[in-house]
Design a protein around this ligand. Structure first.
Ligand SMILES: [Zn+2]
Length: 524
């Protein structure tokens, strides 16, 4: 059974967590990394699985736009350093189309998850605070500050905070910073605060002292308390967390305990999940490294991008390393296998993985289904085939004429194969027949030159790439030259590498006349 169905089944069987309200959240502090789409896709799958099991659920996604900036995305660090400590919602947007930095990054992330079929309703945390919806939980948190400290200590084993600590920060009325203020008194109506010059290393407070109501958006709860508060305010009953938060004694457990013991609201269903590492690293969205979430649909069709997350085992860490590897063609193959399982009605789990990967409704099942393989298409492209030639090849493989729906898939895969060849394919796929003689041709040995000259004799105008390939191989045997060296002679002369695509294909593309000219020149 697919993990989404297992989880949905467990939730329903528990008799709890009703009405089902699935939620996830993210702080819009930079361009999100592709790994950060795992959470939204997991929640989307659970929501769909609940629906398929006959139990509708609500699905929301909170943008934590009230959070302050504490580690600005690299792209903006220099210009925006002065805003560190301010709420992301109060920092100007780098693009005038948006009102704030928060809106700018949130729009980018929401677009990215929408493209993967994540159907959540988007909620702004800033708006909830400003509508007064957090007033009740803010009062509860401030009234129970000692108890909250005890929870931190009991659950995580952390040391007690300084005496008089209060779980709240306000926006300084003078310098507008949020991350630099410390509350030192609470009288049931107002909090007294100081904007501390040296409380954090990454921002400096102005020293202002004041007294202000904590309600209506004047300030916000600290992260772990804030998380629990969202559950109660929104009515969340199911929310997962990545393993950085979900380790024993981590922020997830602290938030769960605060939710129950301070806010008197039932803990949501606990769903910890592992990460997908990208190229072996977990990348933080504020570091500006690696592939961005918005780039994923530029390198993969949406359903295959979604499949990357749906097919992951959320209980163990997986890795996706597209750079210079076959990871992308492999992913297409896995997707096709799941598609076939779905179409032929076999391997329930695999078929379900395909179904949950669809952006819209899965297509009708059809008999005699044929999926043109991505790696074949990439191969043909790398050898310089035109679209017509590729279709011709695939006609042969299919053993029948390519129909319209297959043609649409071919066109889509051609588009993505071009991107792969240009950006991610291993070196042996990347070559161009150079107009000039490659420098590397100087490395040819006398034996290799002898082989090249003989090619002129065996190369006939009517040769197909396949028959030429055989002739080239036979020729190396006749001359007693190891095939590897013989073929290297061709690659060095034509593309400046020691290996490459099928040599028969390469020379056919080049044509006899140009091949002869090139060989004459490099063997001079
Ligand atoms: Zn200040």
């Amino acid at each position: 059974m697919h993990w989404a169905d297992k989880i949905a089944k467990e939730i329903i069987a528990s008799g709890k967590f009703k009405p089902y309200w699935v939620d996830d959240m993210k702080t819009p502090s930079g361009f999100a990394h592709i790994g950060s789409m795992l959470g939204p896709v997991i929640h989307s799958c659970i929501c769909r699985a609940l629906k398929n099991a006959g139990s509708d659920g609500v699905f929301t996604f909170v943008i934590n736009d009230f959070d302050h900036a504490d580690n600005m995305s690299l792209e903006f660090k220099d210009e925006y350093g002065k805003y560190l400590g301010m709420s992301l919602k109060m920092i100007p947007s780098p693009d005038p189309k948006y009102k704030s930095m928060a809106d700018y990054f949130a729009a980018d992330f929401v677009d990215s998850i929408r493209s993967l079929g994540v159907e959540a309703r988007i909620i702004s945390s800033w708006e909830l605070y400003h509508q007064g919806k957090f007033d009740e939980v803010i009062k509860l948190a401030l009234d129970n500050s000692e108890k909250i400290q005890d929870i931190y200590k009991k659950v995580s084993g952390s040391a007690k905070k300084e005496k008089g600590w209060l779980p709240f920060q306000v926006i300084c009325e003078k310098c507008k910073k949020l991350g630099t203020t410390r509350i030192f008194a609470w009288n049931g109506k107002e909090v007294s605060y100081k904007c501390e010059p040296n409380m954090v290393t990454w921002a400096q407070g102005c020293g202002h002292e004041g007294k202000i109501s904590p309600f209506g958006g004047n300030g916000k709860l600290p992260w772990k308390v804030d998380w629990a508060a969202h559950w109660k305010v929104i009515g969340v009953t199911i929310e997962g967390a990545g393993k950085d938060h979900a380790s024993a004694g981590g922020s997830y457990d602290i938030a769960m305990t605060i939710c129950k013991d301070i806010f008197g609201y039932e803990r949501p269903y606990r769903l910890p999940y592992e990460f997908i590492l990208i190229g072996g690293k977990k990348m933080s969205s504020s570091k500006g490294l690696g592939i961005k979430a918005h780039d994923l649909v530029k390198i993969l069709p949406a359903s295959i991008a979604r499949f990357l997350f749906v097919s992951a085992d959320i209980k163990s860490q997986s890795n996706f390393d597209p750079a210079g590897t076959m990871a992308i063609p492999d992913l297409f193959d896995e997707y096709d296998k799941a598609w076939e399982a779905y179409d032929k009605g076999r391997d329930e789990k695999l078929a379900r993985t395909y179904e949950l990967s669809q952006i819209n409704k899965p297509p009708e099942k059809e008999k005699g289904f044929f999926v043109p393989r991505f790696r074949d298409i990439a191969n043909y492209l790398s050898q310089g085939f035109s679209l017509d030639e590729i279709v011709g090849k695939l006609n042969e493989i299919k053993g029948g004429k390519i129909d319209d729906s297959e043609m649409a898939i071919i066109e889509e895969r051609v588009k993505y194969a071009k991107v792969w060849l240009q950006n991610h394919a291993p070196d042996e796929y990347r070559f161009e027949i150079t107009d000039k003689i490659p420098e590397e041709a100087k490395k040819l040995t006398e034996e290799q030159k002898k082989y090249l000259k003989e090619i002129i004799k065996v190369f006939n105008e009517e040769d197909t790439p396949e028959s030429l390939q055989i002739s080239l191989y036979e020729l190396s045997k006749q001359l007693g030259i190891p095939a590897k060296e013989a073929f290297a002679a061709i690659y060095l002369s034509f593309i400046g590498k020691t290996h490459g695509p099928r040599a028969g294909m390469l020379l056919s593309k080049f044509g006899k006349k140009k091949t002869v000219e090139r060989i004459m020149e490099v063997t001079k």
